[in-house]
Design a protein around this ligand. Structure first.
Ligand SMILES: [Zn+2]
Length: 417
């Protein structure tokens, strides 16, 4: 199968054509022997995006999302690789669940799915999960996401054991003893009478993980950072050579806790939306390289889990289909970062941290790419989403950067119609 993409705009290259042969980027060949010639009309072609933090809910919660609908949503967002968190049912804490997810994802064939295995059996912080066997089955990282790796003793064990298997540890940063709340603790939570989660809950755990990483000399990756204090500690740790990396999400630089004022549960997630000061700190940390990755934390829920009282609603929002457009509209378009920098955040860095080997567009690399319309505004509509989840705070937002086409291994996985 031979495909040519014509009239492309590439980042850092004057080339206007892309050649694909048998699923790989190829050297130029004659248009006459091409099976398909796609005119992308001057749109921007990027390497397929990588999201190292999603929840696809299968096995166990297929009424929220399944591997097929999650994969379709990823492809629509321009993603060609995603890493799935282990808080499924059964929990992804053994090789059988890992193999099952990979098998299903391959059958669906819309995105490369790299499972993340649980650190502790059943996401608890007591007994180690089968990390070695899960690695053989195909996991790319260890995490208890949804929950923190709760105690310092267990975190130390997880870091040491995982490092023996050369597998990264990603931690959801939350001190459960002070995080019993439904939104950020502050002026807004007080004024609307909702119990708050202090930034200290996140910051204390980030401090602990930096201290352990530095003491043991083992890398640690900090999930979805939302606080100014957390980012300050990560920046300082990096400066003195600690092997710490981190991620944030589009909602932490586009929204604040003020959005919770009308009790809309589509603004409820964990960590919660913070203050304007934190939002600006997230942008600063993206700019100065403190933040390594932007992830979605795509967390689909059924409406029955969300259409309840704010305090009782489940945490999380969907993100795969809005992420690139939010990043482009709010970071690249206003000139805060360049497109090259956005590619580091949404493709190269996550691929490097997890050793996925993605993002290449040289001859011989897998033809994973996404085409975006950066020039025309579009309205993001929740009813057009391919995810089963409808829990987005971005319905009706006017954005730039709509996905036009996604290809994984030279195969079309999404096409705008
Ligand atoms: Zn989390």
């Amino acid at each position: 199968m031979k495909t040519i993409l014509k009239n492309c705009k590439l980042v850092n290259s004057d080339k206007t054509e892309i050649y694909i042969e048998d699923g790989k980027f190829a050297d130029k060949f004659d248009e006459k022997i091409a099976d398909e010639v796609i005119d992308v009309n001057g749109r921007t072609v990027l390497p397929g995006l990588v999201d190292m933090h999603v929840h696809f809910r299968e096995p166990g919660y297929e009424y929220k999302e399944n591997i097929a609908t999650g994969s379709a949503a990823a492809a629509r967002g321009g993603f060609t690789s995603v890493c799935t968190m282990p808080n499924t049912n059964p929990v992804c804490d053994n090789a059988a669940v890992v193999s099952g997810i990979i098998k299903k994802a391959n059958e669906v064939g819309l995105v490369r799915v790299y499972p993340i295995g649980a650190a502790g059996k059943n996401l608890e912080s007591n007994e180690l999960a089968e990390i070695g066997l899960m690695k053989e089955a195909g996991i790319v990282a260890i995490s208890n996401d949804g929950k923190p790796i709760a105690t310092s003793g267990f975190m130390r064990k997880v870091l040491e054991y995982s490092s023996d298997f050369d597998i990264p540890v990603l931690n959801h940063e939350e001190d459960l003893t002070i995080s019993d709340g439904a939104m950020n603790e502050g002026e807004v939570s007080t004024s609307i009478g909702i119990r708050g989660v202090p930034t200290a809950s996140e910051d204390i755990m980030i401090a602990r993980d930096i201290i352990l990483s530095e003491y043991l000399g083992i890398p640690v990756h900090i999930c979805h950072v939302s606080t100014k204090g957390g980012l300050r500690m990560i920046r300082e740790a990096k400066a003195r050579g600690v092997k710490v990396t981190c991620e944030t999400c589009p909602h932490y630089f586009t929204l604040t806790d003020k959005s919770c004022e009308n009790y809309d549960t589509n603004f409820k997630m964990h960590p919660p939306l913070r203050t304007e000061e934190d939002r600006l700190a997230v942008i600063e940390a993206i700019k100065d390289g403190t933040v390594d990755c932007i992830v979605t934390d795509h967390a689909p829920h059924h409406q029955d889990d969300k259409e309840v009282e704010f305090s009782h609603a489940l945490n999380g929002i969907v993100g795969l289909e809005s992420s690139f457009a939010l990043c482009y509209t709010y970071l690249v378009k206003p000139g805060i970062i360049t497109m090259e920098k956005l590619l580091e955040l949404m493709c190269y860095n996550p691929s490097n941290i997890l050793k996925l080997g993605r993002g290449g567009m040289n001859v011989g690399d897998d033809a994973d790419l996404a085409v975006f319309d950066l020039d025309n505004e579009f309205v993001f509509e929740k009813d057009k989403m391919l995810s089963k989840g409808r829990n987005t705070p971005f319905d009706g937002w006017k954005l730039y950067g709509q996905t036009v086409l996604t290809m994984m291994g030279g195969k079309k996985t999404y096409e705008l119609r």
